[in-house]
Design a protein around this ligand. Structure first.
Ligand code: ATP
Ligand code: LTN
Length: 332
């Protein structure tokens, strides 16, 4: 509890341009929860370097992401929005938790298997131990709730197991976190191959709506999205292309699939696709505009970045001091 509220933590990597999947599956939920909880939202740049990054591009992506968090509706005065690399406690706790995590547990992580296939020339140890850093992020702030997309549930389970193990050895130290999964949009799929997750690292440009896409691009990508043979706007797993578009439409407009089915009962795929495109544009356009104007307010952003890093460090230190004491490190 902080200021009488439960604690929420989440983060996103500053790699590449975010997708509509990142927004609907993660960021949008964060915004809806940010008043109810005491929130930490991190630009997790330490995670980003598990894949080789160009230094200038990483710095630029991180700043864009910070501005995007604010543009999407998170409040940097009320929430703690910060760069992970500005709080050394993440790396410190991560090392400690390395010593409380088993190789067998890491070997089971499916994201490691996927990412090492995609980056076969650079399967570094960081890619393997990445879930421990994620556990450290969460446990460092005694988080109660962690909003994530479906693909991150295995990592969250590991964070819980590490917390329970540590508490079992040293007595109550970490809050055991719970995952928060949104009701809809937890897994937005590729517009070209609806059996695959929409991913920013997809090389097929039409598969992914980027948060930076303009309205013409969004319309074009929607027109080319794969649909199914039945010609009906129906929410069924046998129609994965249309099911995905319904998910997008519902997540963007906050309605349920049954309502969308009713609205488009007598419409063809062409009309439906245009309605989906419009729904996406009306969500993304205002965010893009706010992000662009925020990026121009250089001093305001710099000040927010400094202030929030300090806040995050203060909270992180509390947990770290307690952990170090329990482990047996000498007092400073
Ligand atoms: P990549 O797509 O390159 O593997 P990523 O987008 O999964 O990367 P992050 O940027 O760290 O990696 O994801 C941030 C958040 O967005 C996570 O909570 C993740 O679960 C969520 N997310 C990512 N893709 C989707 C998607 N297609 N649908 C719903 N949520 C998603
Ligand atoms: N691993 C996540 C990003 C991430 C995260 C976190 C999410 C890093 N640390 C802590 C929630 C809580 C990803 O790749 N999507």
């Amino acid at each position: 509890m902080l200021e009488g509220k439960k604690v929420l933590f989440s983060g996103m990597q500053a790699t590449g341009t975010l997708t509509l999947g990142n927004y609907l599956g993660a960021l949008k939920n964060w915004v809806s929860l940010n008043e109810q909880y005491f929130c930490f939202f991190s630009v997790v740049d330490l995670h980003s370097i598990t894949i080789r990054q160009d230094p200038e591009t990483l710095r630029e992506n991180a700043r864009n992401l910070f501005a995007l968090y604010v543009a999407a509706g998170l409040n940097p005065e009320q929430n703690c929005i910060y760069y992970q690399s500005h709080v050394s406690g993440h790396a410190q706790l991560s090392w400690i938790l390395n010593c409380f995590t088993y190789m067998g547990e890491l070997n089971r992580m499916t994201q490691f298997k996927d990412k090492s296939k995609k980056n076969s020339e650079n399967i570094n140890a960081g890619l393997f131990t990445y879930p421990i850093l994620m556990a450290a992020d969460i446990l460092l702030y005694q988080s109660d709730v962690v909003p994530i997309g479906l693909d991150q549930t295995q990592h969250l389970e590991l964070a819980r197991d590490i917390a329970i193990r540590f508490n079992g050895i040293y007595g109550d130290t970490f809050t055991v976190p719970e995952a928060y999964l949104g009701k809809i949009g937890t897994k937005i799929m590729s517009l070209q191959e609806p059996s695959k997750k929409m991913s920013k690292s997809d090389t097929q440009t039409n598969a992914t709506i980027l948060l930076t896409d303009d309205s013409d691009t969004i319309v074009r990508k929607l027109k080319r999205a794969v649909t199914d043979l039945e010609g009906k706007v129906a929410y069924r797993k046998e129609q994965p292309g249309i099911k995905n578009l319904i998910d997008i439409y519902c997540a963007a407009t906050d309605i349920l699939p049954e309502q969308a089915e009713k609205t488009f009962a007598n419409k063809g795929y062409g009309d439906f696709k245009m309605a989906v495109a419009e729904a996406i544009i009306s969500v993304l356009e205002p965010i893009q505009k706010r992000q662009q104007s925020l990026l121009k307010e250089k001093e305001y952003l710099d000040q927010m970045i400094r202030k929030n890093a300090q806040k995050a460090n203060e909270h992180a230190q509390k947990t770290l001091v307690e952990v170090e004491k329990k482990i047996g490190f000498p007092a400073k």
